[in-house]
Design a protein around this ligand. Structure first.
Ligand code: PLP
Length: 375
């Protein structure tokens, strides 16, 4: 607390990111990064940009501001997702895109003279949502997940100021079928409110009926899908995310961005990201490996008496047979394995474990066995 902080800063309760150890000796399963390297085409695109710079060749542009409209990246995304470039917004990680979306589409108490209806999201979900709501003074109401952590979409058919949901959800890994997402979009459309679907993990979903909502943006002008290159494109270090939706929604996001920082993506990130979205086959292959490892680890843990929530993401949400979440977290850390523990009601005995390489997950399974055996 400082006497120089204004009321806004005093009242924030910021998101706490997962630990990024500096000494690298951990098996790092705590922030849902992809264990495989990014596409070689990403490295080539970034190196070409740097090579041009070193040679001061015609492509050398680092002394100039980047393209504020991110034109080439948006065109590459449009090709990949079969949409038009004006239906795409690119930002500095999907966290930034989400923060802009809260500012652009959800009414705040201040601009609606305390009559704004609350935005809805699950009680157990991505913990940045309440942070953004508080930052922009957006009132919100959380809807409890069912006992088995599933989302009942009927619970969201109630007067509100809009809705946001990750599909698959985090940290549970459970996914909603497309027809539930479309029912929610329809409901929100009828009261002129926005539905944001955060598809950070959709590339890892192989459950029948679970699909991206992107093909439905033309029928639902109130539907915004949000995407990230951090997980499925192995580029958490590059900081690139994007949104796909009706062009008027995209324009709303641009209005917020250009009231804040017009150049949110640098030239190296733009080059690398465009290469990544253009290399679907490379990513289908590595993400297929992540899915296979996830399913193998889930089956092994279930056989050992762990409670494993069926995952459609690149992590599993698990409860040890005879350890509390805090005990299991500490014991794994002791063995050099970092996972994520949320000390929150209902989920304090669960750990979220990102899927690493097969070798990393074998070490994890071995550690789990030792920890339970020592009880
Ligand atoms: C990781 C994650 C993000 C953030 O992604 P960045 O693009 O790295 O900012 C957004 N939403 C959910 C649900 C996530 O898990």
């Amino acid at each position: 607390m400082s006497i120089y902080w204004n009321e806004r800063v005093k009242n924030l309760s910021p998101y706490v990111p997962g630990e990024q150890p500096r000494d690298r000796k951990f098996i790092k399963l705590n922030t849902n990064e992809n264990p495989y390297p990014p596409s070689p085409k990403v490295m080539a695109a970034i190196s070409n940009t740097i090579a041009a710079e070193k040679a001061q060749a015609p492509g050398a542009r680092l002394r100039l501001y980047p393209d504020p409209a991110c034109t080439e990246l948006r065109e590459a995304i449009a090709v990949r997702y079969h949409v038009r470039p004006e239906q795409v917004f690119a930002g500095n990680g999907s966290d930034e895109v989400l923060a802009f979306a809260f500012a652009a589409f959800f009414n705040s108490d201040t601009d609606d003279s305390n009559t704004a209806l609350p935005v809805l999201f699950p009680d157990i979900t991505y913990s940045f949502y309440p942070v953004y709501a508080n930052l922009w003074d957006v009132p919100f109401r959380t809807i409890p997940l069912a006992e088995d952590f599933s989302i009942n979409i009927e619970d969201y058919k109630t007067a509100c100021g809009g809705m946001i949901v990750p599909n698959p959800n985090a940290p549970t890994g459970l996914a909603l079928p497309l027809n539930s997402i479309l029912a929610a979009a329809e409901y929100q459309k009828n009261s002129n409110h926005v539905l944001i679907v955060d598809e950070a993990y959709i590339a890892f979903a192989n459950t029948p009926g679970v699909e991206s909502a992107v093909p439905y943006i033309n029928d639902n002008p109130n539907l915004l899908t949000v995407h990230t290159l951090s997980k499925s494109a192995s580029l958490a270090g590059l900081r690139v995310g994007f949104a796909i939706g009706n062009k008027d929604l995209i324009e709303g996001l641009c209005r917020i961005r250009d009231s804040f920082n017009s150049y949110t993506l640098d030239r190296l990130a733009l080059a690398g990201a465009a290469a990544a979205v253009s290399d679907a086959s490379y990513y289908d292959n590595i993400n297929g490996k992540v899915i296979a490892t996830r399913d193998r680890v889930s089956a092994a843990l279930t056989a050992r008496g762990f409670n494993v929530i069926p995952s459609s993401a690149n992590f599993v949400f698990i409860r040890f047979p005879a350890k509390t979440g805090a005990e299991a977290f500490a014991a794994l850390r002791e063995k050099g394995i970092l996972v994520r523990h949320f000390n929150k009601p209902r989920i304090a005995d669960y750990l979220r474990v990102s899927i690493g390489t097969d070798a990393e997950m074998d070490s994890f399974l071995e550690a789990c066995e030792e920890i339970e055996g020592s009880y």
